[in-house]
Design a protein around this ligand. Structure first.
Ligand SMILES: NC(=O)c1ccc[n+]([C@@H]2O[C@H](COP(=O)([O-])OP(=O)(O)OC[C@H]3O[C@@H](n4cnc5c(N)ncnc54)[C@H](O)[C@@H]3O)[C@@H](O)[C@H]2O)c1
Length: 339
């Protein structure tokens, strides 16, 4: 089948878990922890990282296999990696506004030179201007775009039109983790609804550590709460008091995340129930399986000559997809798409 050539922006925790995971599946015959063993004939091990960009000086200039283990990243180290022969290059810092044009054209050149097919955007969730600049660089370099961050890219109709005009596919926005709080919240509500329960109220709140939790807590809390609550509200056809959002930052938790869920409702003949759930996860590996599906799905879309937002991938793998639906419907549509 050949490989899928991926360039990545943001050599942080998510990137570390993803690259280690791809190597894990190169060495293990089983598909433990993957939602789909193959997508369009591609396996996880077929993903090849050909370029990487960051703006953190201590991560730039080093081989990607070392840079992902920077002390600034707190995602667990699950294995040693061979040298990947990919040097992390300086990216575009749209938020600082410094050297934008030069940096952007360097990114485009690097994408072309490395023969990247997909640009995977994993930069900090608050770096909205930079995310947009990377989407524009992908367009110029003829790359498909995967936006895992909460920046509005696949939901921006002007940008989407540019991708359509260039004949390129894109997916996003804001990755939906494999067993993250949003996916589980949606799943439990859908289950209760399918069992005839009347849900009266529900909330889900998170506590986490690491740079991204801090950035969410300080800069994007309201946006995150809006995205999550909107996504979760699609699980049930009627409205009820509902909140889903990240709440707090605890530095010593590093890459760990605790998610608390509350449900109150009524079942047969109005009998009432309440339910408390706590989910404890490590954040970075929670993105891996869905990222690997979305990357392979994008490759498939490109092979089929599809352009613009690929809805079956976006609705399945992203919290803020342009078309939102229940987790089960999104899963079935993704399955149909890859078959
Ligand atoms: N499970 C998950 O981890 C998960 C789930 C959903 C969404 N996301 C999103 O994925 C993104 C990455 O998450 P993370 O936990 O790896 O974050 P992180 O803070 O660990 O890493 C972000 C990296 O991006 C770099 N960066 C910042 N601005 C940049 C720019 N302009 N150009 C290049 N690099 C830049 C930082 O230096 C850092 O290395 C975030 O936007 C997050 O919201 C992650």
């Amino acid at each position: 089948m050949g490989s899928i050539k991926v360039a990545v922006t943001g050599v942080g925790n998510c990137c570390s878990a993803l690259i280690q995971g791809v190597h894990y599946y190169r060495e293990h015959w089983d598909s433990l922890g993957l939602v789909h063993e193959t997508v369009g004939g591609f396996k996880a091990k077929d993903i090849e990282f050909v370029a990487a960009f960051d703006i953190e000086p201590s991560k730039i200039g080093r081989d990607l296999s070392e840079s992902i283990f920077s002390p600034l990243n707190t995602a667990p180290k699950i294995r040693e990696l061979p040298k990947l022969d990919v040097k992390v290059t300086e990216g575009v810092d749209g938020e600082s506004g410094r050297n934008i044009e030069t940096a952007r054209s360097n990114v485009v050149n690097k994408l072309v030179e490395s023969d990247a097919e997909i640009l995977l955007n994993l930069i900090s969730g608050s770096a909205h201007k930079s995310s947009r600049l990377y989407a524009e660089a992908a367009l110029e370099a003829d790359c498909s775009f995967l936006n895992a961050t909460p920046a509005i890219i696949a939901c921006d109709t002007t940008l989407v039109k540019l991708f359509e005009d260039r004949g390129l596919p894109l997916v996003g926005d804001d990755l939906l983790d494999q067993i993250g709080a949003t996916a589980l919240h949606m799943g439990i509500l859908e289950f209760l609804n399918s069992r005839g329960v009347r849900i009266d109220e529900s909330y889900q709140l998170d506590v986490g550590g690491g740079a991204e939790s801090r950035s969410t807590f300080e800069k994007t809390r309201d946006l995150k709460r809006k995205i999550k609550t909107e996504a979760v509200s699609k699980s049930v056809s009627y409205s009820f008091p509902l909140v889903s959002g990240s709440t707090d930052y605890v530095d010593f938790m590093n890459n760990q995340r605790d998610s608390f869920f509350w449900f109150k409702g009524r079942y047969f003949s109005g009998a009432s129930f309440t339910m408390d759930v706590k989910l404890s996860t490590i954040d970075a590996p929670n993105a891996g399986s869905i990222l690997i599906d979305a990357i392979r799905g994008l490759k498939l879309a490109r092979k089929r000559g599809l352009k613009g937002v690929i809805h079956p991938i976006s609705s399945y793998g992203f919290k803020n997809a342009p078309k939102k639906c229940t987790v089960s419907k999104a899963y079935n549509e993704f399955k149909r798409f890859i078959e």
